[in-house]
Design a protein around this ligand. Sequence first.
Ligand SMILES: C[S@@+](CC[C@H](N)C(=O)[O-])C[C@H]1O[C@@H](n2cnc3c(N)ncnc32)[C@H](O)[C@@H]1O
Length: 290
Amino acid sequence: MIHFNVITIFPDFFHSSLDLGVVGKAIQAEKITLETINPRAYTEDFHQSVDDRPFGGGDGMVMMGEPLMLAVEDLRSRQVLGEVIYLSPQGHVWNDDWARKTVQRGSFLESSLSSKGENSGGRQSDGKIYFTLVCGRYAGIDFRWIQEVVNCEISIGDYVLSGGELPAMILIDSLARFVPGVLGNAESPHNESFYQGLLEAPQYTRPRLWREQSVPEVLLSGDHKKIEDWRKQISLLRTALLRPDLIEDHKRQEAIRAALGWAEKQSSDELAVSGLSRGEIQKIRESLGE
Ligand SMILES: C[S@@+](CC[C@H](N)C(=O)[O-])C[C@H]1O[C@@H](n2cnc3c(N)ncnc32)[C@H](O)[C@@H]1O
């Protein structure tokens, strides 16, 4: 079981969206639990201020270290702090492989990542895994607090959002999918994009003919081995076309060469309905230096 503490000045962000879908089910089944902590509760002034002007001038306000520190100390005294993760555009960029390993290890950290502050992993003596996700706002958080407390900074991509709440929800959703028992067999993450370093093959559903567009014949054949092979070949080829950065290793490139040979034997219509044209097959060939 994973418990998330989310430190945020906008707890309402979480209450509505996490009730829904797969994450909502995981919360209901207590596979994951979540508590929001508002740092304003740790202030003493009338306005419950959590931010102040930046030293040296500049745009915007900066979140102060003290309310956040008191929130962290409170969680630590309750022995539910675990690893402290700051959602930040300056962090390591999050990905699916990292989500899977985080759930397996009970920790966001691997040796290649620098860990700041004290860290004993997310697993606590009660056997549960605890993570504390910190959502910044305004121009960010006082750097001294980050240095003092944060074990790992995570970005969800090279763009700047106005707060860490959406990134925190993205983290929770992507982690929840790897918690055993959260996804049913039919929704297993094993076949989905990135799990094996590839994009998933396209999916189709009823009706068989939709607005004059058919589906690949093989998917109607009932031949599971052939279907599995089609999915593998199309997955390799579409990854090479759409995300060449994912196929840089030598073995993968060999598999793609084999998939190109497979594509030669398919009719143009069958390839087209699978999302590939002869021109794109040629483009993949050229990208492999053929
Ligand atoms: C406007 S941003 C602050 C950006 C900061 N001034 C900078 O330039 O690095 C406010 C907060 O949004 C969150 N945030 C923004 N973009 C993010 C991203 N790509 N990944 C994760 N968190 C992000 C962080 O928590 C951040 O403290």
